[in-house]
Design a protein around this ligand. Structure first.
Ligand SMILES: [Zn+2]
Length: 508
């Protein structure tokens, strides 16, 4: 006789149903795990056997085999423990045959039999309804997350003994535990706090309206981070599908904030430091790669402060995922993809000393410093507003800046025009170049063509500037991209070219 339990493996965000088979046969007493490799399998066997003893199940003194199928699927972590224990329990007669039908289990076991939550429960749930599984046993702390998707009855279990009692029908399932009070929503700081900075504010508005990547250039302490932190407030709230994607990435990493809402409709804001590793930024780790900061910023903002301090290979590695909206990671066990549709906001000092009036940097020093921003990455940034040092006048200014709500309303209106044109969810930054050209008048195209001839724009830069011009027009409610829209887009782009090739504001 063979007992079967169901659980779920994750390869990136993709769930796959796993069947655990337990069998006792002739041979020396011991527990062997097939279909999982290395120390993980040995450790799982020890945990599962000890936890079953703690739950009062005595296993036969024969050779036990646990088989996890499909065998070729990478299986990482301790998430299969609970299902393994339940299959063994049924095989040993500790629960009635058939008690596990239509049921899956996801959870790690402690040696004393306690059930522990694991990362990635939310994305795992997608595998269950399509496999006809209507019930899932998970740890208490993962239960609310497991319920988000709906369609599966979630049964919280604290201890293996509780799971066995439930399956024997000796006790009814408990309700999914709820937080004692409504969790606090993360607050995004308001643009009203920013005085002056008209150029940078315009840059933020265009970035939010069209999905264009942005570089803020200015001396230290002028408020670049302050501006970047306010960008998520200008983006439209996430719809349910997007919020679920963002939550699934956090779930895999096991960083579901216990005090925050499980499903957050606010666009994420991630600000990794320039000493961060490639694995932490793009995703990585051994076996099956985990998502990095770039994917945690999916549907929100990735802020890279002190851009020129970042190692050049790391910046280069960002280019392709930013272009495709997805990051591909190949590791020994599997190749995975994680979503990476983030708005990139970079900040940089104009020169190594920070710039400003007392800058004494030699031109060559400035050039070397700026060369860290490669031409190709600069070509993927669209807006480079200058952030001015605060003046005494700004500090004395009584009137607050335009609040986030007002700017966000204009962004919404412009995005609605873009979606009418390109389809639901589409942004100008992603629109096909030929289509955008069709919405521009000849004089607007001439402005950009002249810049191309002067060597101020690359071919890619031409189309990207045109997309920004499209956003300028949308913010005005204009159906055709006109000459002024093109001029503004070009002006926003030119400092990037200088940043990549020639010094800016360093005595030239
Ligand atoms: Zn300097």
């Amino acid at each position: 006789m063979v007992a079967r339990a169901r659980t779920v493996a994750l390869v990136g965000l993709e769930p796959a149903l796993v069947t655990v088979e337990a069998h006792y046969g002739a041979g020396l007493p011991g527990l062997h795990v097939l279909g999982a490799s290395g120390t993980a399998a040995r450790e799982a066997a020890d945990r599962v056997r000890t936890a079953l003893q703690a739950a009062g199940v005595s296993l036969p003194l024969r050779k036990g085999i646990l088989s996890l199928a499909p065998a070729e699927l990478p299986k990482q972590g301790a998430r299969f423990d609970l299902a393994m224990a339940l299959a063994l329990a049924e095989e040993a007669g500790a629960v009635p045959g058939g008690a596990l039908d239509g049921t899956a289990a996801i959870g790690e076991l402690a040696l004393d039999g306690r059930v522990r939550g694991v990362g990635g429960v939310l994305p795992s749930m997608r595998a269950l309804p399509r496999a006809g599984i209507g019930r899932v046993l998970v740890a208490d702390e993962a239960a609310a997350e497991a319920e988000l998707l709906g369609g599966t009855r979630v049964v919280p279990v604290r201890h293996l003994g509780e799971a066995l009692a439930l399956l024997r029908g000796e006790q009814p399932p408990r309700a999914v535990p709820r937080p004692p009070s409504e969790p606090a929503r993360r607050t995004i700081p308001d643009l009203a706090d920013v005085r002056g900075q008209l150029e940078a504010r315009r840059g933020l508005e265009l970035a939010a309206a069209g999905g264009h990547h942005l570089l803020l250039v200015g001396p230290p302490g002028c408020g670049k981070s302050m501006l970047a932190q306010r960008l998520p407030g200008l983006l439209p709230p996430l719809d349910r599908a997007a919020a679920l994607d963002v939550a699934a990435i956090r779930s895999i990493l096991g960083v579901v904030d216990p005090d925050g809402p499980l499903l957050d409709d606010r666009p994420p804001f991630r600000a990794p430091h320039h000493t961060t590793t490639a694995a932490a930024l793009l995703g990585g780790g051994s076996g099956v790669a985990l998502p990095g900061e770039l994917s945690r910023a999916h549907r929100g903002v990735l802020f890279l402060d002190e851009l020129f301090e970042w190692p050049r290979p790391l910046l280069e590695a960002l280019r392709e995922p930013l272009e495709d909206g997805v990051v591909r990671l190949a590791r020994s066990r599997a190749a995975v993809r994680y979503p990476a549709r983030a708005l990139l906001v970079c900040a940089a000092n104009p020169c190594p000393c920070g710039g400003g009036d007392r800058c004494g940097c030699a031109e060559e020093q400035v050039l070397r410093y700026r060369a860290r921003l490669s031409g190709p990455l600069a070509d993927r940034l669209d807006l480079a507003p200058t952030v001015e040092p605060l003046t005494a006048g700004d500090l004395l200014e009584e009137a607050p800046g335009e609040p986030t709500a007002v700017v966000a309303a204009r962004v919404r209106a412009a995005r609605a025009l873009a979606e009418e044109r390109w389809g639901s969810g589409a942004r100008n930054s992603e629109a096909p170049a030929s289509e955008v050209r069709r919405t521009a008048d000849r004089r607007a195209l001439r402005v950009l063509a002249d810049a191309l001839e002067r060597g101020e724009l690359t071919g890619r830069g031409f189309d990207r500037a045109l997309r920004v011009a499209r956003t300028v027009a949308d913010l005005e409610g204009a159906s055709t991209v006109g000459i002024d829209h093109a001029r503004e887009a070009l002006a926003h782009r030119l400092p990037l070219r200088s940043a990549a090739s020639t010094p800016l504001g360093a005595g030239t």
